[in-house]
Design a protein around this ligand. Structure first.
Ligand SMILES: O=C(O)CCC(=O)C(=O)O
Ligand SMILES: [Fe+2]
Length: 287
């Protein structure tokens, strides 16, 4: 490996420890493809709400806001399609069949982001002395998913979130945001805005990678602020393993109990149901 490559790998590892977030340039996903994706995404979301809710589009993957919210501060002013990669190309039996061009573009974006996510996860695993594919082996097309997000302009901004503060329940996320802005991440107890850069993709470490790395890499809280003037679009790829995958710590002494991704998801869902909030990793700490 050349010195440049080693430097780049060290920079990725440092950012994952200190920020839990970084941006990548020269990521191999063309502007043209990302532009086409946004166009398709716009057309999809421009359908009437009624149709999005009832017509089983993209295998019934439509979600809006926070239907269970009981107060303004629990609400997310956004809507999304949340699609496992294995379902992008399936016939969706919807009454308003989503277009073939949308599915084709999604397939391309998913393929490219998946490759990038695996490369980056490989770099971060090797940095801790483990084989590149030691956990991405258990990530496949039915466990990873793509989320298409739309943040409509919001008359109640800035009191309302576009997306509630959260950490991602995966290994690693690749995100493409448009030029509007609004994404913020937590650094040293302060919210920091992630300025849109049309050439960059955003990468963030998820809860599973934090547990596996024994807290060396950080799964950092982030949120999206609603915007009173402009709607915003983003697309995210989530690198997830199968539910039966064990997420042990790769170092001793381990900070976390051994748990499977399925157990983690179940606990998150129970906490959200009971308290309205995800607790996440602290539930699995050994002491
Ligand atoms: O839209 C964004 O910028 C962030 C999306 C996000 O955090 C998520 O989908 O988990
Ligand atoms: Fe997120």
């Amino acid at each position: 490996m050349t010195e440049d490559v080693l430097d780049c790998m060290a920079t990725i590892a440092k950012a994952s420890s200190e920020w839990g977030f970084f941006q990548v340039l020269n990521h191999g996903i063309s502007h043209e493809l990302l532009r086409e994706m946004k166009e398709e995404q716009k057309q999809l979301f421009e359908m009437p709400f009624e149709k999005k809710v009832t017509s089983r589009l993209l295998n019934n993957s439509y979600r809006w806001g926070t239907p269970s919210a009981t107060s303004r501060d629990q609400f997310s002013w956004s809507e999304a399609f949340h699609v496992p990669l294995s379902e992008i190309s399936l016939e969706d039996h919807s009454t308003a069949s989503s277009s073939r061009s949308l599915r084709e573009v999604m397939e391309k974006v998913a393929g490219a982001m998946s490759k990038l996510a695996r490369t980056l996860a490989g770099v971060l695993a090797e940095n801790l002395g483990h084989p590149k594919d030691c956990f991405t082996k258990s990530c496949n097309k039915s466990t990873c998913f793509l989320r298409l997000n739309r943040y409509p302009l919001c008359p109640f901004s800035p009191e309302i979130f576009g997306l509630q503060p959260h950490t991602d329940s995966d290994f690693l996320t690749i995100l493409h945001q448009d030029e509007v802005g609004g994404l913020q991440l937590m650094k040293d107890n302060k919210w920091v805005s992630v300025k849109p850069n049309p050439d960059a993709l955003i990468v963030n470490i998820g809860d599973l990678f934090q547990a596996w790395s024994n807290d060396i890499y950080k799964s950092v809280e982030h949120k999206v602020m609603a915007n009173g003037k402009k709607e915003r679009y983003s697309i995210a790829f989530f690198l997830c393993p199968s539910y039966d995958s064990a997420i042990g710590s790769c170092k001793e002494p381990a900070l976390y109990k051994n748990f499977t991704f399925g157990e983690f998801r179940k606990q998150v869902q129970e906490d959200v149901l009971k308290t309205g909030r995800k607790v996440g990793l602290p539930r699995f700490l050994l002491r």
